[in-house]
Design a binder for this molecule. Structure first.
Ligand SMILES: *[C@@H]1O[C@H](CO)[C@@H](O)[C@H](O)[C@H]1NC(C)=O
Ligand SMILES: *[C@@H]1O[C@H](CO)[C@@H](O)[C@H](O)[C@H]1NC(C)=O
Ligand SMILES: *[C@@H]1O[C@H](CO)[C@@H](O)[C@H](O)[C@H]1NC(C)=O
Length: 426
């Protein structure tokens, strides 16, 4: 296997080395540049000792099935789980350094010992043996930014308790994890932070943040050409949309987000995310074959006590209680538009007969669970791929309150995903 230490997204990489992006503009825009620009993959060492034994879970399926289907698994609260974690940085080798809080010394690991408990049913922890046997012969794709990768890392780690995949990199924006040995399950991870075709057209304008062209009705070919292979696709994106961009539809400029040009209408980042989400969902369900399209809602970033690049941080050691913290501002708008676009896409699938029931759509509304987990971000306890000059300096002052520690609260996304895919499978 070729060691691939720093397989980067080349389009993104350009930004790092361009001296004109050196001026730290204090804005939310750059926060997102910093925290989502990383697209490095870990090499995949194959031999590691397993120290955690697999504990079995009572299955809530079978007799309880009708109750599960009626249960809203996204409304609930976090309850203590003294058995967690179910893997560590020593038992899972795929954890990206940005999420590897154990390795980088997060002092209070109490944040790991919580599980998500819906109000009207139990949500069992993902049972890796059962999950893998249900996924035999299937392909699951993650499409999105570094939070999609965060989600995927957690899934691979949870499964590591019974099987390890072989890993390959068909391109710099595409990783394949294959479970052989009778499992024959494939996880595809696509780097598509805007979901749609995009290009960086200026690394400096309009405010030292860079300017992108987004083709809002053209799903990114990085993943779109693989749609026929998907049995399940988890689509998520939002954080890169803070970046200034020129917006195109049908190849024509229709407006921009924060381009600061007097003659171009500012349609806002909400419009851009809405249209990109619409295009992505259409491409997934329109692929011809049977597919389950899952849209995951916005993952909140949670800086407290200051700005992201100054003294803002996430140092809590316990979850908030329900209702103590709610989604606000742009993130609330993102959530609203994601739910609207999901509902519209689902109506369209239903109206068209959904390929005789072969196309299914599921909303994965993780936002309410995560808004109360300011304790589960890496803060400063994560690695950074070493950069030269200003980037190094820049990284050392920023705390990461955007991504999620692995293991940690993000594992609940896979408890939810497993419940969604397996409960409704038959
Ligand atoms: C896991 O984290 C511990 C610190 O908690 C560290 O000593 C150890 O080297 C890490 N293991 C790996 C494989 O990185
Ligand atoms: C593995 O699954 C694929 C479908 O994803 C199928 O085409 C192939 O025949 C399967 N291979 C084995 C060995 O079962
Ligand atoms: C807007 O104005 C700039 C500078 O005057 C010009 O270069 C650009 O072509 C104009 N764009 C549009 C869409 O009219």
């Amino acid at each position: 296997m070729t060691p691939l230490n720093n397989l980067c997204n080349f389009r993104v990489k350009k930004q790092y080395y361009n001296p004109r992006c050196l001026i730290p503009a204090v804005s939310l825009l750059l926060l997102v540049v910093i925290l989502t620009v990383s697209n490095t993959y870990f090499p995949f060492p194959t031999t590691k000792s397993r120290t955690l034994s697999y504990s079995s879970f009572s299955s809530s399926h079978g007799g309880q099935k009708a109750a599960d289907e009626a249960c809203n698994i996204f409304r609930g609260e976090w309850v203590p789980d003294p058995d967690a974690p179910y893997y560590t940085n020593d038992t899972c080798s795929v954890i990206h350094e940005h999420y590897d809080c154990m390795k980088y010394g997060k002092p209070d690991l109490g944040f790991v010992q919580w599980r998500w408990h819906p109000d009207s049913c139990d949500l069992p922890r993902l049972d890796p043996a059962r999950f893998l046997s249900s996924m035999r012969g299937k392909t699951l794709a993650f499409i999105g930014d570094s939070l999609a990768r965060n989600h995927m890392n957690s899934l691979i780690c949870l499964l590591t308790r019974v099987a390890e995949p072989t890993t390959s990199w068909p391109s710099s924006e595409h990783t394949v994890y294959h479970y052989g040995g009778g499992y024959n399950f494939t996880v595809l991870s696509f780097w598509a932070p805007f979901l749609v075709r995009n290009e960086l057209i200026d690394t400096d304008r309009p405010a030292h943040t860079g300017l992108w062209n987004l083709y809002l009705d053209e799903p990114d070919a990085v993943w779109a050409s693989h749609v026929p292979a998907f049995d399940y696709a988890v689509v998520s994106a939002s954080s890169w949309f803070y970046r200034p961009s020129m917006l195109y539809e049908a190849g024509r400029l229709v407006g921009c987000h924060h381009c600061l040009l007097p003659n171009v209408t500012d349609l806002t980042l909400r419009y851009a995310l809405r249209m990109a989400t619409r295009a992505a969902l259409r491409a997934v369900v329109g692929g011809g074959g049977g597919v389950t399209a899952v849209l995951r809602t916005v993952s909140p970033s949670q800086y407290e006590g200051g700005e992201w690049n100054k003294d803002g941080n996430c140092v809590r050691t316990r979850p908030y209680r329900r209702g103590e913290k709610t989604l606000q501002g742009v993130e609330l708008d993102f959530h609203t538009l994601q739910v609207e676009e999901f509902e519209a896409a689902k109506r369209a699938v239903t109206a068209s007969g959904g390929s005789g029931g072969a196309v299914r759509m599921m909303l994965m509304d993780t936002t309410e669970a995560m808004i109360v987990r300011a304790d589960a971000h890496p803060s400063r306890y994560r690695g950074w791929t070493r950069r030269k000059g200003w980037m190094k300096e820049y990284f050392t002052i920023s705390n990461d309150c955007v991504h999620w520690c692995v293991p940690g609260a993000v594992d609940a996304w896979n408890d939810m995903l497993s419940h969604m895919l397996l409960t409704s499978q038959s």
